[in-house]
Design a protein around this ligand. Structure first.
Ligand code: ADP
Ligand code: ADP
Ligand code: ZN
Length: 215
């Protein structure tokens, strides 16, 4: 039973690795970004609030995110562990999450810190294309669909996330440096962190993660 956190800057490959991990280790993948995007699509009040922050490249307020995650993690499907992608993202979120886990007698297994250079991150985020129907992620260069602009899975036309425009990506990298990167030190302090080099290809990154998670 594992509770794993994927930490890393925008575009480093958290979502991509999360899919691979969840398949191999049969772990539930929970992405706060995906939850917000689903709420935006459905036009819920949560979606309306989240959108104001997301489109500017800013983080959604801590209280809102923590309430959402704490609720989600009490669902029955989280009993056997989970993989968190994109949460926690601030020291406040990490501290509150730690005390929430503690109050339940639970603990994190590991925090995988995936890193790559800003140049790589900008190329990955701006080249990212996603399927609005099934959520599958592609990259125009490193991971293109079989037919340009069309989802392999379901045939839907791919889109670019509004926040993957270059200027917004740069803003998000700055937000990551200021608000999320302090988590590396925080989790180093708790002895939970493991470093992953996110620069090589998908499967090479995945091999490093498998070596850390074990068979
Ligand atoms: P994150 O969830 O960290 O923002 P994604 O998993 O969505 O990142 O990946 C960002 C983009 O980079 C996607 O287009 C994805 O296909 C591509 N990508 C992910 N990992 C790699 C990799 N190791 N090498 C090349 N491209 C990658
Ligand atoms: P990426 O990995 O490319 O940064 P995500 O899908 O994880 O993208 O996040 C997209 C946006 O959703 C973030 O820029 C932020 O506005 C919001 N978001 C997602 N997770 C959180 C979180 N834990 N705290 C605050 N905002 C979040
Ligand atoms: Zn699709």
């Amino acid at each position: 039973m594992k509770r794993v956190v994927l930490l890393g800057p925008p575009g480093v490959g958290k979502g991509t690795q999360a899919e691979l991990i969840s398949e191999k280790y049969n772990m539930l993948h929970i992405s706060t970004g995906d939850i917000f995007r689903a709420n935006i699509k459905e036009g819920t009040p949560l979606g309306k609030t989240a959108k104001e922050y997301m489109e500017k490249g800013l983080l959604v307020p801590d209280e809102l995110v923590c309430d959402l995650v704490e609720d989600r993690l009490t669902w029955d499907d989280c009993k056997d562990g989970y993989l968190l992608d994109g949460f926690p993202r601030t020291v406040y979120q990490a501290e509150r999450f730690d005390s929430w886990l503690k109050s339940r007698g639970e603990d994190l297994s590991v925090v995988l810190d995936i890193q790559a250079s800003d140049e790589l991150l900008i190329g990955r985020a701006t080249g990212r294309r996603v399927c609005p129907a099934c959520g599958k992620t592609y990259h125009i260069v490193s991971n293109p669909p079989k037919t340009e602009g069309i989802c392999d899975n379901c045939g839907t036309a791919l889109i670019q996330r509004a926040d993957d425009a270059e200027e917004t990506v740069k803003k998000r990298l700055k937000v990551y440096q200021d608000q999320t990167s302090p988590l590396i030190e925080y989790y180093t302090g708790t002895g939970k962190i493991a470093e992953v080099d996110g620069a090589p290809g998908l499967m090479e990154v995945f091999e490093q993660i498998c070596a850390l998670l074990g068979e």
